[in-house]
Write a protein that binds this ligand. Sequence first.
Ligand SMILES: *Cc1c(COP(=O)(O)O)cnc(C)c1O
Length: 450
Amino acid sequence: MDLRTWLGNATTAFGTWAGGFGEYQAHPALHVEDDKFAAAFAELTERLAGDNPYFHPRYAGQMQKPPHPAAVVGYLTTMLNNPNNHALDGGPATAKMEREVVAQLATMFGFGTHLGHLTSSGTIANLEALFVARETHPGKGIAYSAESHYTHPRMCHVLGIPSYKVPVDKTGKMDLNALDHLLSSEDIGTVVMTAGTTSLGVVEPIHEALALKEKYGVRIHVDAAYGGFHTLLAEPNGPWQAIARCDSVVVDPHKHGLQPYGCGAVLFSDPAVGRFYLHDSPYTYFTSEELHPGEISLECSRSGASAAAFWLTLKLFPLTRSGLGEVLAAGRRAALEFAVLIDESDEFTLYQRPELDIVTYFAGDSMSAIDKDSDRILHAGMTDPDDPVYVSTMRVTADAMTARHPGVAADVDAGRILRSVLMKPEEEFYVRQLHSRLTGLITGQERPRG
Ligand SMILES: *Cc1c(COP(=O)(O)O)cnc(C)c1O
Protein backbone atom coordinates (compact mmCIF):
# COMPACT_ATOMS: atom_id res chain seq x y z
CA MET A 1 0.00 0.00 0.00
CA ASP A 2 1.30 3.41 -0.96
CA LEU A 3 1.06 5.80 1.97
CA ARG A 4 0.88 8.91 -0.21
CA THR A 5 -2.14 7.56 -2.09
CA TRP A 6 -3.90 6.37 1.02
CA LEU A 7 -3.32 9.57 2.98
CA GLY A 8 -5.02 11.32 0.08
CA ASN A 9 -7.84 8.78 0.15
CA ALA A 10 -8.19 9.34 3.88
CA THR A 11 -8.87 13.05 3.47
CA THR A 12 -11.22 12.34 0.56
CA ALA A 13 -13.21 9.82 2.60
CA PHE A 14 -13.44 12.26 5.49
CA GLY A 15 -14.47 15.09 3.15
CA THR A 16 -17.24 12.97 1.61
CA TRP A 17 -18.63 12.05 5.01
CA ALA A 18 -18.27 15.56 6.38
CA GLY A 19 -19.99 17.01 3.30
CA GLY A 20 -23.17 15.18 4.26
CA PHE A 21 -23.61 17.56 7.19
CA GLY A 22 -23.95 20.63 5.01
CA GLU A 23 -21.95 23.76 4.32
CA TYR A 24 -20.67 25.93 7.14
CA GLN A 25 -18.45 28.98 7.23
CA ALA A 26 -14.77 28.45 7.98
CA HIS A 27 -13.51 30.79 10.70
CA PRO A 28 -10.71 33.23 9.86
CA ALA A 29 -9.23 32.73 13.34
CA LEU A 30 -8.00 29.34 12.18
CA HIS A 31 -6.81 30.42 8.77
CA VAL A 32 -3.17 29.74 7.85
CA GLU A 33 -1.56 30.92 4.60
CA ASP A 34 0.11 28.15 2.64
CA ASP A 35 3.50 29.87 2.43
CA LYS A 36 3.49 30.58 6.15
CA PHE A 37 2.71 26.94 6.80
CA ALA A 38 5.42 25.87 4.35
CA ALA A 39 8.00 27.81 6.36
CA ALA A 40 6.88 26.35 9.68
CA PHE A 41 6.75 22.88 8.16
CA ALA A 42 10.26 23.26 6.75
CA GLU A 43 11.46 24.16 10.22
CA LEU A 44 9.76 21.08 11.63
CA THR A 45 11.35 18.70 9.14
CA GLU A 46 14.71 20.34 9.81
CA ARG A 47 14.30 19.78 13.54
CA LEU A 48 13.26 16.17 12.96
CA ALA A 49 16.38 15.52 10.91
CA GLY A 50 18.24 15.16 14.21
CA ASP A 51 16.27 12.00 15.05
CA ASN A 52 17.53 8.42 14.94
CA PRO A 53 16.22 6.30 12.02
CA TYR A 54 13.90 4.05 14.02
CA PHE A 55 12.41 2.69 10.79
CA HIS A 56 15.73 1.37 9.44
CA PRO A 57 17.22 -2.00 10.39
CA ARG A 58 20.49 -0.19 11.16
CA TYR A 59 18.59 1.06 14.21
CA ALA A 60 18.85 -1.96 16.48
CA GLY A 61 18.76 -0.18 19.81
CA GLN A 62 15.68 0.25 21.96
CA MET A 63 12.09 -0.98 21.56
CA GLN A 64 11.19 1.45 18.83
CA LYS A 65 9.82 1.21 15.32
CA PRO A 66 7.27 3.12 13.25
CA PRO A 67 3.64 2.05 12.98
CA HIS A 68 2.46 0.08 9.97
CA PRO A 69 1.13 2.36 7.18
CA ALA A 70 -2.30 0.78 7.73
CA ALA A 71 -2.24 2.07 11.32
CA VAL A 72 -1.14 5.51 10.11
CA VAL A 73 -4.02 5.71 7.62
CA GLY A 74 -6.50 4.33 10.16
CA TYR A 75 -5.34 6.83 12.75
CA LEU A 76 -5.34 9.84 10.44
CA THR A 77 -8.69 9.06 8.82
CA THR A 78 -10.30 8.83 12.24
CA MET A 79 -8.41 11.69 13.85
CA LEU A 80 -9.84 14.12 11.29
CA ASN A 81 -13.06 13.90 13.32
CA ASN A 82 -11.21 13.21 16.62
CA PRO A 83 -13.58 10.88 18.48
CA ASN A 84 -13.06 10.48 22.22
CA ASN A 85 -13.42 6.98 23.60
CA HIS A 86 -14.27 8.29 27.03
CA ALA A 87 -17.97 7.89 26.37
CA LEU A 88 -20.18 6.28 23.76
CA ASP A 89 -21.42 9.76 22.81
CA GLY A 90 -17.86 10.89 22.24
CA GLY A 91 -17.11 8.16 19.76
CA PRO A 92 -19.83 5.58 19.13
CA ALA A 93 -18.05 4.03 16.14
CA THR A 94 -14.61 3.84 17.71
CA ALA A 95 -15.90 2.72 21.13
CA LYS A 96 -17.35 -0.29 19.34
CA MET A 97 -14.04 -0.91 17.57
CA GLU A 98 -12.26 -0.72 20.92
CA ARG A 99 -14.56 -3.36 22.33
CA GLU A 100 -13.83 -5.60 19.33
CA VAL A 101 -10.04 -5.31 19.49
CA VAL A 102 -10.04 -5.88 23.24
CA ALA A 103 -12.12 -9.03 22.68
CA GLN A 104 -9.52 -10.16 20.13
CA LEU A 105 -6.75 -9.59 22.66
CA ALA A 106 -8.74 -11.57 25.24
CA THR A 107 -9.05 -14.46 22.78
CA MET A 108 -5.32 -14.30 22.05
CA PHE A 109 -4.56 -14.72 25.76
CA GLY A 110 -7.20 -17.43 26.17
CA PHE A 111 -9.36 -15.45 28.60
CA GLY A 112 -12.83 -17.04 28.80
CA THR A 113 -14.43 -13.92 30.23
CA HIS A 114 -12.89 -10.50 30.30
CA LEU A 115 -13.21 -6.84 31.04
CA GLY A 116 -10.65 -4.58 29.45
CA HIS A 117 -9.88 -1.50 27.49
CA LEU A 118 -7.16 0.34 25.64
CA THR A 119 -4.99 2.78 27.54
CA SER A 120 -2.57 5.47 26.48
CA SER A 121 0.39 3.31 27.56
CA GLY A 122 1.67 0.21 29.30
CA THR A 123 2.39 2.36 32.33
CA ILE A 124 -1.26 3.37 32.74
CA ALA A 125 -2.40 -0.17 31.94
CA ASN A 126 -0.18 -1.54 34.72
CA LEU A 127 -1.32 1.23 37.08
CA GLU A 128 -4.91 0.08 36.54
CA ALA A 129 -4.01 -3.56 37.12
CA LEU A 130 -2.23 -2.68 40.37
CA PHE A 131 -5.12 -0.43 41.41
CA VAL A 132 -7.53 -3.35 40.96
CA ALA A 133 -5.05 -5.58 42.85
CA ARG A 134 -5.22 -3.15 45.78
CA GLU A 135 -9.02 -2.99 45.70
CA THR A 136 -9.50 -6.77 45.60
CA HIS A 137 -6.84 -7.36 48.30
CA PRO A 138 -6.84 -4.24 50.44
CA GLY A 139 -3.85 -3.85 52.75
CA LYS A 140 -1.93 -6.67 51.09
CA GLY A 141 1.36 -6.27 49.29
CA ILE A 142 2.49 -6.75 45.70
CA ALA A 143 5.55 -8.79 44.68
CA TYR A 144 7.46 -8.40 41.42
CA SER A 145 10.81 -9.63 40.21
CA ALA A 146 14.02 -7.65 40.29
CA GLU A 147 13.90 -7.64 36.46
CA SER A 148 10.36 -6.27 36.24
CA HIS A 149 9.78 -2.85 34.72
CA TYR A 150 10.53 0.05 37.09
CA THR A 151 6.91 1.13 36.74
CA HIS A 152 5.85 -1.52 39.31
CA PRO A 153 7.72 -0.17 42.37
CA ARG A 154 6.86 3.34 41.23
CA MET A 155 3.13 2.64 40.86
CA CYS A 156 3.02 0.73 44.16
CA HIS A 157 4.41 3.90 45.68
CA VAL A 158 1.75 6.01 43.94
CA LEU A 159 -0.98 3.65 45.13
CA GLY A 160 0.42 3.30 48.65
CA ILE A 161 0.82 -0.48 48.34
CA PRO A 162 3.60 -2.28 50.24
CA SER A 163 5.85 -3.82 47.60
CA TYR A 164 8.40 -6.64 47.54
CA LYS A 165 11.19 -7.32 45.09
CA VAL A 166 11.79 -11.01 44.32
CA PRO A 167 15.33 -12.00 43.27
CA VAL A 168 15.92 -13.51 39.82
CA ASP A 169 17.73 -16.68 38.82
CA LYS A 170 20.73 -16.64 36.52
CA THR A 171 18.58 -16.32 33.41
CA GLY A 172 16.96 -13.15 34.74
CA LYS A 173 13.62 -14.72 35.68
CA MET A 174 11.79 -14.56 38.99
CA ASP A 175 13.18 -17.14 41.41
CA LEU A 176 10.10 -19.14 42.42
CA ASN A 177 11.74 -20.60 45.54
CA ALA A 178 12.37 -17.07 46.74
CA LEU A 179 8.77 -16.18 45.84
CA ASP A 180 7.45 -19.18 47.76
CA HIS A 181 9.44 -18.11 50.80
CA LEU A 182 8.25 -14.52 50.48
CA LEU A 183 4.59 -15.55 50.13
CA SER A 184 4.86 -17.73 53.22
CA SER A 185 6.35 -14.95 55.34
CA GLU A 186 4.68 -11.74 54.10
CA ASP A 187 1.10 -10.63 53.54
CA ILE A 188 1.02 -10.48 49.75
CA GLY A 189 -2.11 -10.32 47.59
CA THR A 190 -0.74 -10.08 44.05
CA VAL A 191 2.34 -11.28 42.19
CA VAL A 192 3.43 -9.49 39.02
CA MET A 193 5.08 -11.79 36.46
CA THR A 194 6.69 -10.37 33.33
CA ALA A 195 6.28 -12.01 29.93
CA GLY A 196 9.12 -10.43 28.01
CA THR A 197 11.27 -8.44 30.42
CA THR A 198 12.27 -5.04 29.12
CA SER A 199 16.02 -5.54 29.40
CA LEU A 200 16.66 -9.20 28.51
CA GLY A 201 13.36 -10.15 26.90
CA VAL A 202 12.85 -13.27 29.01
CA VAL A 203 9.49 -14.78 29.88
CA GLU A 204 9.04 -15.53 33.57
CA PRO A 205 7.74 -19.01 34.56
CA ILE A 206 4.06 -18.09 34.87
CA HIS A 207 3.01 -21.73 34.37
CA GLU A 208 5.14 -22.81 37.33
CA ALA A 209 3.88 -19.95 39.49
CA LEU A 210 0.27 -21.16 39.11
CA ALA A 211 0.90 -23.71 41.87
CA LEU A 212 1.86 -20.89 44.23
CA LYS A 213 -1.27 -18.99 43.18
CA GLU A 214 -3.26 -22.00 44.41
CA LYS A 215 -1.16 -22.56 47.52
CA TYR A 216 -1.36 -18.97 48.80
CA GLY A 217 -4.52 -17.71 47.12
CA VAL A 218 -2.67 -14.82 45.50
CA ARG A 219 -3.60 -13.11 42.27
CA ILE A 220 -1.21 -13.07 39.32
CA HIS A 221 -0.91 -10.02 37.10
CA VAL A 222 1.08 -10.54 33.89
CA ASP A 223 3.01 -7.59 32.51
CA ALA A 224 3.28 -8.54 28.85
CA ALA A 225 3.61 -4.92 27.67
CA TYR A 226 6.55 -5.83 25.47
CA GLY A 227 6.23 -9.57 24.91
CA GLY A 228 2.46 -10.11 24.82
CA PHE A 229 2.05 -10.65 21.10
CA HIS A 230 4.76 -13.35 21.18
CA THR A 231 2.04 -15.58 22.58
CA LEU A 232 1.18 -16.06 18.89
CA LEU A 233 4.44 -18.00 18.51
CA ALA A 234 4.10 -19.96 21.75
CA GLU A 235 5.23 -23.55 22.19
CA PRO A 236 2.57 -25.63 24.00
CA ASN A 237 2.41 -26.04 27.80
CA GLY A 238 4.57 -23.08 28.66
CA PRO A 239 4.20 -19.70 30.32
CA TRP A 240 2.09 -18.22 27.53
CA GLN A 241 -0.80 -20.66 27.94
CA ALA A 242 -0.73 -20.01 31.69
CA ILE A 243 -1.76 -16.38 31.16
CA ALA A 244 -5.28 -17.68 30.54
CA ARG A 245 -5.41 -18.67 34.22
CA CYS A 246 -4.10 -15.36 35.57
CA ASP A 247 -6.12 -12.42 36.81
CA SER A 248 -4.96 -9.64 34.57
CA VAL A 249 -2.63 -8.94 31.69
CA VAL A 250 -1.16 -5.85 30.06
CA VAL A 251 0.01 -5.64 26.46
CA ASP A 252 1.22 -2.66 24.43
CA PRO A 253 -0.03 -2.53 20.83
CA HIS A 254 2.36 0.43 20.45
CA LYS A 255 5.30 -1.91 20.97
CA HIS A 256 4.70 -5.10 18.98
CA GLY A 257 1.22 -4.40 17.58
CA LEU A 258 2.36 -2.07 14.77
CA GLN A 259 0.69 0.97 16.39
CA PRO A 260 1.83 4.54 16.98
CA TYR A 261 2.46 5.57 20.59
CA GLY A 262 -0.61 6.02 22.71
CA CYS A 263 -1.88 2.44 22.59
CA GLY A 264 -1.63 0.13 25.58
CA ALA A 265 -4.21 -2.35 26.90
CA VAL A 266 -5.25 -3.92 30.18
CA LEU A 267 -7.49 -6.97 30.50
CA PHE A 268 -9.02 -8.57 33.59
CA SER A 269 -10.33 -12.13 33.58
CA ASP A 270 -13.11 -11.28 36.04
CA PRO A 271 -15.49 -8.68 34.55
CA ALA A 272 -16.81 -7.96 38.06
CA VAL A 273 -13.72 -5.84 38.81
CA GLY A 274 -15.55 -3.13 36.88
CA ARG A 275 -17.21 -2.25 40.18
CA PHE A 276 -13.99 -0.65 41.43
CA TYR A 277 -14.15 1.95 38.71
CA LEU A 278 -17.67 3.07 39.54
CA HIS A 279 -18.15 6.75 39.51
CA ASP A 280 -20.91 9.11 38.63
CA SER A 281 -20.34 11.80 36.10
CA PRO A 282 -23.41 13.98 35.72
CA TYR A 283 -22.75 15.22 32.22
CA THR A 284 -21.09 12.51 30.16
CA TYR A 285 -23.10 9.31 30.02
CA PHE A 286 -26.57 9.77 28.81
CA THR A 287 -27.26 7.93 25.59
CA SER A 288 -27.02 4.32 26.52
CA GLU A 289 -27.72 1.65 29.08
CA GLU A 290 -24.47 -0.05 28.05
CA LEU A 291 -21.32 0.41 30.08
CA HIS A 292 -19.41 3.34 28.63
CA PRO A 293 -15.70 2.86 28.06
CA GLY A 294 -15.00 5.70 30.52
CA GLU A 295 -16.76 3.75 33.24
CA ILE A 296 -14.11 1.04 33.19
CA SER A 297 -11.03 3.20 32.76
CA LEU A 298 -9.08 5.51 35.06
CA GLU A 299 -8.26 7.75 32.14
CA CYS A 300 -10.95 10.09 30.88
CA SER A 301 -10.33 11.33 27.33
CA ARG A 302 -8.78 8.64 25.16
CA SER A 303 -8.05 8.65 21.45
CA GLY A 304 -10.76 7.02 19.36
CA ALA A 305 -8.31 7.19 16.45
CA SER A 306 -6.02 4.89 18.39
CA ALA A 307 -8.75 2.23 18.62
CA ALA A 308 -9.56 2.65 14.92
CA ALA A 309 -5.91 2.33 13.90
CA PHE A 310 -5.52 -0.90 15.87
CA TRP A 311 -8.86 -2.22 14.58
CA LEU A 312 -7.84 -1.59 10.96
CA THR A 313 -4.42 -3.14 11.53
CA LEU A 314 -5.95 -6.31 12.97
CA LYS A 315 -8.17 -6.64 9.88
CA LEU A 316 -4.93 -7.07 7.91
CA PHE A 317 -2.74 -8.71 10.54
CA PRO A 318 -5.10 -10.82 12.64
CA LEU A 319 -3.90 -12.17 15.98
CA THR A 320 -2.87 -15.54 14.58
CA ARG A 321 0.44 -17.28 13.89
CA SER A 322 0.09 -16.55 10.17
CA GLY A 323 -1.14 -13.00 10.73
CA LEU A 324 0.74 -10.72 13.13
CA GLY A 325 2.68 -13.83 14.21
CA GLU A 326 4.64 -13.77 10.93
CA VAL A 327 5.88 -10.27 11.71
CA LEU A 328 7.15 -11.31 15.13
CA ALA A 329 8.62 -14.57 13.86
CA ALA A 330 10.92 -12.67 11.49
CA GLY A 331 12.37 -10.62 14.35
CA ARG A 332 12.76 -13.77 16.37
CA ARG A 333 14.67 -15.48 13.53
CA ALA A 334 16.87 -12.39 13.24
CA ALA A 335 17.67 -12.59 16.95
CA LEU A 336 18.54 -16.29 16.70
CA GLU A 337 20.78 -15.70 13.70
CA PHE A 338 22.45 -12.73 15.41
CA ALA A 339 23.11 -14.97 18.42
CA VAL A 340 24.74 -17.61 16.18
CA LEU A 341 26.90 -14.96 14.48
CA ILE A 342 28.03 -13.74 17.90
CA ASP A 343 28.74 -17.29 19.04
CA GLU A 344 30.87 -17.90 15.98
CA SER A 345 32.80 -14.64 16.21
CA ASP A 346 35.88 -13.94 18.30
CA GLU A 347 34.99 -10.33 19.00
CA PHE A 348 31.73 -10.71 20.91
CA THR A 349 30.25 -13.02 23.53
CA LEU A 350 26.55 -13.62 24.02
CA TYR A 351 25.45 -12.44 27.48
CA GLN A 352 22.61 -14.93 27.38
CA ARG A 353 20.63 -16.74 24.71
CA PRO A 354 17.69 -14.65 23.38
CA GLU A 355 14.25 -15.92 24.24
CA LEU A 356 12.30 -13.40 22.17
CA ASP A 357 13.94 -10.84 19.87
CA ILE A 358 16.25 -9.02 22.28
CA VAL A 359 19.94 -9.93 22.08
CA THR A 360 22.46 -9.03 24.79
CA TYR A 361 26.21 -9.34 24.18
CA PHE A 362 29.56 -7.90 25.10
CA ALA A 363 33.22 -7.63 24.15
CA GLY A 364 36.09 -8.06 26.59
CA ASP A 365 36.99 -10.17 29.61
CA SER A 366 36.78 -7.81 32.56
CA MET A 367 33.79 -5.78 33.75
CA SER A 368 35.64 -2.50 33.34
CA ALA A 369 36.81 -3.27 29.79
CA ILE A 370 33.36 -4.52 28.81
CA ASP A 371 31.79 -1.33 30.11
CA LYS A 372 34.27 0.85 28.24
CA ASP A 373 33.87 -0.99 24.94
CA SER A 374 30.07 -1.01 25.18
CA ASP A 375 30.05 2.75 25.57
CA ARG A 376 32.59 3.18 22.80
CA ILE A 377 30.58 1.06 20.33
CA LEU A 378 27.32 2.79 21.24
CA HIS A 379 28.81 6.21 20.49
CA ALA A 380 31.06 5.31 17.57
CA GLY A 381 28.12 3.55 15.94
CA MET A 382 25.61 6.34 16.16
CA THR A 383 27.98 9.19 15.35
CA ASP A 384 29.40 7.68 12.16
CA PRO A 385 28.09 10.08 9.51
CA ASP A 386 28.37 7.63 6.59
CA ASP A 387 27.25 4.31 7.96
CA PRO A 388 25.70 4.73 11.39
CA VAL A 389 24.53 1.79 13.45
CA TYR A 390 22.48 2.07 16.60
CA VAL A 391 22.57 -0.29 19.56
CA SER A 392 21.69 0.25 23.19
CA THR A 393 23.54 -0.51 26.40
CA MET A 394 22.26 -1.95 29.64
CA ARG A 395 23.82 -2.07 33.06
CA VAL A 396 24.46 -5.47 34.64
CA THR A 397 25.99 -6.25 37.99
CA ALA A 398 29.26 -8.14 38.22
CA ASP A 399 27.35 -10.89 40.07
CA ALA A 400 24.88 -11.29 37.23
CA MET A 401 27.76 -11.39 34.75
CA THR A 402 29.89 -13.95 36.58
CA ALA A 403 26.84 -16.17 37.19
CA ARG A 404 26.67 -16.49 33.38
CA HIS A 405 30.35 -16.02 32.53
CA PRO A 406 32.59 -17.13 35.39
CA GLY A 407 35.66 -16.21 33.33
CA VAL A 408 34.88 -12.48 33.32
CA ALA A 409 36.96 -10.57 35.87
CA ALA A 410 34.73 -8.70 38.31
CA ASP A 411 37.11 -5.77 38.74
CA VAL A 412 34.20 -3.34 39.22
CA ASP A 413 30.73 -3.92 40.72
CA ALA A 414 28.73 -3.30 37.55
CA GLY A 415 29.06 -2.25 33.95
CA ARG A 416 27.28 -1.79 30.66
CA ILE A 417 26.85 -4.48 28.03
CA LEU A 418 25.34 -4.17 24.56
CA ARG A 419 21.70 -4.83 23.81
CA SER A 420 19.85 -4.94 20.50
CA VAL A 421 16.10 -5.14 20.12
CA LEU A 422 15.47 -6.80 16.74
CA MET A 423 11.74 -6.08 16.64
CA LYS A 424 11.50 -5.08 12.99
CA PRO A 425 10.99 -7.97 10.57
CA GLU A 426 13.48 -6.26 8.23
CA GLU A 427 16.26 -7.13 10.69
CA GLU A 428 16.05 -10.63 9.28
CA PHE A 429 17.62 -9.39 6.03
CA TYR A 430 20.08 -7.06 7.74
CA VAL A 431 21.45 -9.01 10.65
CA ARG A 432 24.70 -10.15 8.93
CA GLN A 433 25.46 -6.58 7.95
CA LEU A 434 24.70 -5.44 11.46
CA HIS A 435 27.05 -8.02 12.90
CA SER A 436 29.93 -7.22 10.55
CA ARG A 437 29.46 -3.50 11.16
CA LEU A 438 29.68 -4.00 14.92
CA THR A 439 32.68 -6.29 14.51
CA GLY A 440 34.36 -3.51 12.51
CA LEU A 441 33.70 -1.07 15.33
CA ILE A 442 35.17 -3.31 17.99
CA THR A 443 38.34 -4.11 16.11
CA GLY A 444 38.62 -0.49 14.97
CA GLN A 445 38.88 -1.66 11.37
CA GLU A 446 37.71 0.34 8.42
CA ARG A 447 34.35 -1.09 7.39
CA PRO A 448 34.26 -2.86 4.05
CA ARG A 449 33.02 -0.47 1.35
CA GLY A 450 30.65 -1.20 -1.48
C1 LIG B 1 7.43 -0.83 27.97
C2 LIG B 1 7.07 -1.56 29.19
C3 LIG B 1 6.28 -0.98 30.18
C4 LIG B 1 5.86 0.47 30.12
O1 LIG B 1 5.00 0.68 29.05
P1 LIG B 1 4.87 2.11 28.32
O2 LIG B 1 3.95 1.81 27.20
O3 LIG B 1 6.26 2.49 27.90
O4 LIG B 1 4.31 3.07 29.30
C5 LIG B 1 5.91 -1.76 31.26
N1 LIG B 1 6.31 -3.03 31.37
C6 LIG B 1 7.09 -3.62 30.43
C7 LIG B 1 7.49 -5.06 30.60
C8 LIG B 1 7.50 -2.90 29.31
O5 LIG B 1 8.30 -3.49 28.39
